[in-house]
Structures are given as structure tokens and as C-alpha cells.
Design a binder for this molecule. Structure first.
Ligand code: ACO
Length: 435
């Protein structure tokens, strides 16, 4: 007999099924609780709620384990490429040689965006945030791909997925070029995914940028490590939008917006801003740690803490190693890396962080690498979005393929109970806040 949990409410016993994951995790299925017992569960911020069953990514936050489709992140970081990892996440298996060849060829085939789309960049001010431009452009792109909106059959899906991943880097680089007032650089078909992006970012019409292989590898590592992370804020957003039947472009554009916030993808930029602030103001890292512990300040040690990891984020381990390696190979010293290491040392030995189980997350060292590559801080979260796109697409596909129900959480209403409408002349004073 399958396992159940018993809930006793108002003297009545209700048996609720236990769902077991393939890695042994257990969940109480409360989907019929309202029907059985007349109440719902409340878990603000989804701290302890499984929103779906998924076969894409496994995270064990207690042990610091991350696997895509069962394969440890450390192995993918060592042996895979971003393009191959995209296939793995979306299709569930590593590609055969032939599949990888066709998949890479699709990325090349679709690397250019429609010429009409380039005119959209003229409409954004140079000060426009690249994440705003990115989400707007993904939606705009769907206007040029009406054939892909219906998503009939696996070939159309594959073309849409390849277009979205491939063109995202073209859009990202074009938005950067627009923001610095340089001409947009077109992609080059002979370049691999990462080199092509770096070419579009840093070449100028009369001088091609030739990236160091270590720089290309470091970018590749960053993209692989960001490619998916189960039900984080942006991925849950993508699934939520997908569950309404919205197309892949609309769903992923929503993911970009969710990623933007400083508590999620925006943290990589916030970390470097924090390190720069400490550096420029000559602050002792120990004093800064004291400030973030002060309950009267709203400061946080950016790049520390995670909703799921209660130990070192395995991605942070890989990135810390790579930051050291890259700077050594490029023969550079970055004072911000030294500050980051000092902060980490102090925090890991401080009872405040130990008791709360706050460790470095993926964002703590990624910014140092992105700086070494030459990526400006306001593009950091865009790079995160480029990495996360295959994860969003895999989750969009999973929602579609499972024909999942519309995602529609309930709430506990805490507002006024029923009351009468008051005519405007009886409502008292109250002015405008806006100037
Ligand atoms: N610095 C200082 N204190 C912290 C930090 C931090 N970075 N993170 C959590 N805390 C403290 C909180 O103040 C709280 O203390 P209290 O119990 O005394 O009130 C306790 O630790 C728990 O914090 P919560 O915010 O409840 O934990 P939650 O799991 O909701 O937050 C989060 C996770 C948002 C990532 C948080 O740790 C944080 O704000 N970190 C900094 C931002 C960051 O690096 N975000 C990137 C996350 S990874 C990603 O999205 C890719």
C-alpha cells in the first residue's frame, strides 16, 4: 500500500498521499485537502512547497549537490559545452554526435535577428537597463516568428528553442553596443556560441576582437553553471506563465523580468557593486560584515545565503577556482577578488553566518570572472539570462508536455470584511503623494 500522512482536523482524520521523488525526497500531496477538510495550506514565499514534479534538475541543498538530468554539475563543468548542456536540459539525454551537429548548426542558422528588429534598439534610450531591453526584445521577436507561436510538433519546437537561445546572445550584445553608442556587430557563422557572443560584444567595425581561449572557457563555464536550478523565482515564473498556455517567447520574457531582481539574478551585479564600494571607501571587510549583521541596517552580504543551499553552493566552489585560474592566466590582479575572499573567510568563521547557514552562492564569484572577461556590471544579469534560457525552455516544455493544470495558488484573505460603499464627499482628506 502506498504511504500516506494523517491529518487530524476538527476531530476528523484525513489521509493524504505521500509522493516520493527518485532521489528519495518526500512530499505530502495536499491537492485534495480543501475538498476533504475545507482548508488550504499556507506557505508564504513557497519556503516548503513543491510546486510541481520535474525530471530536469536535482538540488540537494543540505549536501551541496546539483545535477542536470542526473549528471553532476562538476562533470558537466569539466566535459560539456553550453550548447550540449542546452540539449541535455531540454531533451533529457546527452546528444549523439549527429544530434549535437544538427543542434549546433541550428544555432548558427538562427544567429541573426530579423533586420526589422534592429530598429527597435533605436527606440530605447542609451540609459535603458539591458534587462528591460532583453525582455522587451524577446517579446518583440515573437512578432517576427508567427509560425513558431503555435508550436505544432517537435521540429517546430526545436527550431523555436534554437532560435531563442541563439538569438538571445545577438540581442544581448546589440543592446550593449547600443548603450555605448557603437555600431551593432553582426554574428559570424564560423564562431562557437561563446566566441561569437564575445565577438559581437567587443569587435568594432575595423578591428575584430580575438578572445583568449581561457576567456571563452570561463564564459562557457558561467553559462553551464547558470543553465538551470530547479524551481527558482524566474523558472517558477516561466512555468506559471506557460501553464496559461502562453507561448515560449512570452513565458521566457517573463522569466527575464523575474530574474532581474537583486535577490535573484540581479545579485551578481550587486556583489560587484558591494565589493567596489568596500574597495573605493577603503572599508575593512570585517567592519562591512559587522554592518550586514546589524539588524537596524537593511544591508545584506550579497552573494551569501540561498533559499535551498544550506552549505557551500557547488557552483560557487567551481567559480572561485576558475576566478583564481583566469586571473593568473591573464596575469591580472583584481583587488575585488581579494576583498571577496576576505569577506568569505570572515563570514564563514562568524557565528551569525554559521547559525543561519549562510554560505557563498553562485553570484559571489561570478562577477569577478565577468569583470576579467570585460563584461560591464549592467550586463551581468543579462549573461545570467543567457545561461538560464535552456533551463526556462526545458521547464516550459515540461509544463506543455505534461498538459499541467493552470498554476493558480490560493490565498488567505486578510482584508476588510464586507462594508458599504462611501460617497466621495464623506471620505475626508488625503492628498497626492506623487509630485
Ligand atoms: N547577509 C546577511 N544576512 C542574511 C543574508 C545575507 N546575505 N541572507 C540571509 N540573511 C539572514 C536574514 O537577515 C535572516 O536573519 P534573521 O533570521 O535574524 O531574520 C536569515 O538570514 C534568513 O534570511 P531569509 O531572507 O529569511 O532567507 P531566505 O532563504 O528567504 O533568503 C536569499 C535567501 C534571498 C538568497 C538571502 O540569503 C539573500 O538576500 N541573500 C543575498 C542576495 C543574494 O545573494 N541573492 C542570490 C541568491 S542565488 C540566486 O538567486 C541565483
Amino acid at each position: 500500500m502506498s504511504e500516506t500522512a494523517t491529518l487530524i482536523l476538527d476531530g476528523a482524520e484525513h489521509r493524504l498521499p505521500i509522493v516520493k521523488g527518485t532521489a528519495g525526497e518526500r512530499a505530502i500531496d495536499v491537492s485534495r485537502l480543501r475538498e476533504l477538510a475545507g482548508c488550504i495550506t499556507l506557505d508564504e514565499g513557497y519556503v516548503n512547497t513543491g510546486s510541481c514534479q520535474s525530471a530536469i534538475t536535482f538540488v540537494d541543498g543540505e549536501k551541496g549537490v546539483l545535477r542536470y538530468r542526473g549528471i553532476p554539475i562538476e562533470q558537466l563543468a569539466k566535459h560539456s559545452t553550453f550548447v550540449e548542456t542546452c540539449w541535455l536540459l531540454i531533451y533529457g539525454e546527452l546528444p549523439t554526435r549527429e544530434q549535437l551537429k544538427c543542434w549546433s548548426a541550428l544555432f548558427t542558422k538562427y544567429e541573426m535577428i530579423h533586420e526589422g528588429l534592429y530598429h527597435h534598439f533605436d527606440g530605447f534610450p542609451a540609459t535603458g537597463h539591458p534587462m528591460a531591453i532583453l525582455s522587451a526584445m524577446i517579446n518583440a521577436m515573437s512578432c517576427y516568428e508567427p509560425d513558431l507561436m503555435e508550436m505544432e510538433g517537435p521540429a517546430i519546437f526545436q527550431a523555436a528553442a534554437a532560435r531563442l537561445i541563439s538569438r538571445l546572445r545577438t540581442i544581448a550584445a546589440a543592446s550593449y553596443k547600443t548603450s555605448i553608442g557603437q555600431p551593432i556587430i553582426y554574428p559570424k557563422p564560423h564562431l562557437d556560441y561563446c566566441s561569437n557572443f564575445l565577438h559581437m560584444m567587443f569587435s568594432i567595425p575595423f578591428a575584430d576582437y580575438e578572445p583568449e581561449p581561457d576567456v571563452v572557457d570561463a564564459l562557457q563555464l558561467i553559462l553551464i553553471l547558470h543553465a538551470d536550478h530547479e524551481q527558482n523565482c524566474s523558472t517558477s515564473t516561466v512555468r506559471m506563465v506557460a501553464s496559461s498556455g502562453a507561448n515560449m517567447f512570452a513565458s521566457c520574457a517573463a522569466g527575464v523580468c523575474a530574474l532581474w531582481g537583486p535577490l535573484h539574478g540581479g545579485a551578481n551585479a550587486a556583489v560587484v557593486e558591494m565589493l567596489q564600494y568596500i574597495h573605493d571607501n577603503n572599508i575593512d571587510p570585517a567592519d562591512y560584515v559587522a554592518r550586514v549583521k546589524d539588524k537596524d541596517s537593511s544591508l545584506r552580504l550579497m552573494g551569501f545565503g540561498h533559499r535551498v543551499y544550506k552549505t557551500y553552493d557547488p557552483r560557487a566552489t567551481l567559480l572561485k577556482e576558475r576566478a583564481d585560474q583566469l586571473l593568473a592566466r591573464l596575469k591580472r590582479v583584481d583587488p575585488l577578488l581579494e576583498i571577496a575572499k576576505r569577506l568569505e573567510d570572515i563570514a564563514l568563521n562568524d557565528p551569525y553566518f554559521r547559525e543561519r547557514r549562510l554560505y557563498p552562492n553562485v553570484d559571489f564569484y561570478s562577477g569577478v570572472i565577468l569583470r576579467a572577461i570585460g563584461i560591464p556590471v549592467n550586463m551581468f544579469t543579462v549573461i545570467f539570462a543567457m545561461g538560464r534560457m535552456p533551463g526556462w525552455i526545458a521547464n516550459w516544455k515540461e509544463v506543455r508536455d505534461s498538459q499541467s493544470a493552470l498554476y493558480r495558488p490560493r490565498q488567505i484573505y486578510m482584508g476588510p470584511t464586507e462594508r458599504d460603499y462611501v460617497p466621495i464627499e464623506q471620505r475626508g482628506d488625503g492628498g497626492c503623494l506623487a509630485p
